[in-house]
Design a protein around this ligand. Structure first.
Ligand code: EPZ
Length: 429
């Protein structure tokens, strides 16, 4: 397994180009299952999770073509063609789903287009049990018959799905995405209350509209979908990754550098910008980028609680905690979305951070300096928070199990090295 070594102390200067959003690309790829015409996606990030979804879709019979990088508007994302005309299998197997929970997002489109879907239960992961009850109850409300057997969900709707009025008991990004796609081909109108409003969910809705779906209320918590008989192909450019952008903005702040984070509209960064400014960042907003540096000499402590969008993103929690470890004072960060998303804490403690956990709240007393250590990545955002800490720690930190990072950060060591970080990947055996 590869390792990443980082020697701290270098301020980062220059420009980092942000790729397409992983959490938009994955449901957008699954949307190809809804039509027999070709869906072309551009600004696609080059990530392990994208490769896993491509593997799953081709297993189902989707013809996938990778058309190199797209010069569209200067984004270097890749262009992928997906043609689901020849889909003959409706089973998403355990050995793929267990590696990537987001595979679940093929359930809605398979059921809507073919009347049947068999998807392995995803199992838990490092940050929590992550059940799928909200997905299943909502699909049943649309007339699906759901049975669980040998670790698989079998969903059937031989007469097609029926429009329904559904209130999600809890905001769920994946369930909203599955239901958006299922409702796009249902008989009649579906109303979804308490839907997720993440920009990646809206990106999926916009792509479905480009494919001929009729959706009202995009960006709001109530979505109205008028089912269509068929959807057609489309060419769609994936939204930029707000979590990648926020992560590198924190790197600029922590290292007391000056970075242009390019290829993203500041408007989708939402409260992350507020949190960064409150921590002492100077942020210049441009049409398609932000420029981040320190406004003050010190980093101010923070009081943050994760919430569904437009609240503070749980996917930014670990990274903001890395920032808090070197703030001038005491911070509190509460995690309300997942039950076990503090896996980065024990590793940050090994680097000299001063953090106490009480239930869902971490209290972080800022320290003048972190120290390098050998640390372990456990999940995607926890691992990148350790890279951020290593960028300012004294000495050379070795990060093990970097495959977690490769799931969500394209060429992380190249992007950081290009702006002055002393970072290298050591190929594993
Ligand atoms: C998506 O996961 C993202 N993944 C996650 O990003 C992100 O952290 C999460 O949304 C919240 O924003 C992708 O988009 C691929 P949820 P998802 O359904 O859809 C509970 C990353 O780092 N729940 O909104 O799985 C669930 O356990 C990843 O990029 C149920 O109880 O998240 C959690 O506590 C990590 N029953 C909460 O809801 C269900 O049926 C929110 O989960 C579904 C979810």
């Amino acid at each position: 397994m590869d390792k990443i070594k980082v020697t701290g102390g270098r301020p980062l200067h220059g420009r980092i180009d942000i790729g397409g959003a992983k959490n938009a690309a994955l449901p957008l790829m699954a949307a190809a299952l809804l039509t027999e015409e070709k869906l072309t996606l551009s600004n696609l990030p080059h990530l392990a999770d994208i490769a896993t979804m491509a593997h799953l879709l081709s297993h189902l019979g989707v013809a996938i073509s990778m058309d190199g990088s797209s010069p569209a508007e200067g984004h270097q994302g890749r262009v992928m063609g997906l043609d689901a005309k020849g889909v003959k299998d409706i089973v998403a197997p355990y050995d793929i789903v267990r590696r990537m929970r987001a595979s679940l997002v093929v359930l809605g489109p398979l059921l809507a287009r073919f009347g049947r879907a068999k998807v392995s239960l995803p199992g838990g992961c490092a940050i929590g049990t992550r059940p799928i009850d909200i997905h299943l109850k909502a699909l049943e409300a649309m007339g699906a018959q759901i049975t669980l057997d040998e670790g698989y969900v079998l969903a059937e709707a031989p007469k097609g799905l029926q429009g329904a009025e559904i209130t999600f008991p809890k905001v769920s990004v994946g369930a909203t995405e599955n239901l958006l796609m299922a409702a796009s081909l249902a008989n009649g109108t579906t109303i979804l209350h308490n839907s997720a409003r993440e920009p990646e969910v809206s990106d999926l809705a916009e792509c479905l509209v480009a494919m001929g779906a009729k959706i009202e209320g995009i960006g709001n918590s109530t979505l109205i979908i008028h089912g269509q008989k068929k959807l057609h192909g489309a060419d769609y450019k994936i939204i930029a990754d707000r979590i990648e952008a926020g992560t590198y903005a924190i790197a600029a702040l922590m290292t007391n550098g000056h970075l242009e984070i390019a290829g993203i509209s500041p408007s989708i960064l939402g409260v992350t910008l507020d949190a960064l400014r409150n921590s002492g960042a100077h942020i210049e907003e441009k049409t398609d980028s932000i420029i981040v540096s320190r406004k003050d000499k010190i980093i101010h402590p923070m009081e943050l609680t994760t919430d569904p969008y437009p609240g503070f993103a749980t996917d930014m929690q670990a990274q903001m905690m890395a920032l808090a470890t070197i703030a001038d004072g005491t911070s509190h960060i509460s995690e309300t979305i997942f039950e076990n998303r503090f896996m980065h804490v024990p590793e940050l403690l090994r680097m000299g951070a001063d953090i106490h956990i009480d239930g869902h709240t971490a209290t972080i007393h800022g320290v003048p300096k972190l120290k390098s250590a050998e640390v372990m990545a456990t999940d995607l955002r926890a691992s990148v928070s350790l890279v951020l800490a290593a960028l300012v720690a004294e000495g050379t930190t070795t990060l093990n199990r970097v495959y977690h990072i490769d799931r969500g950060y394209e060429r992380v060591e190249e992007k950081l090295k290009a702006v002055g970080a002393q970072i290298e990947r050591v190929r594993g055996s």
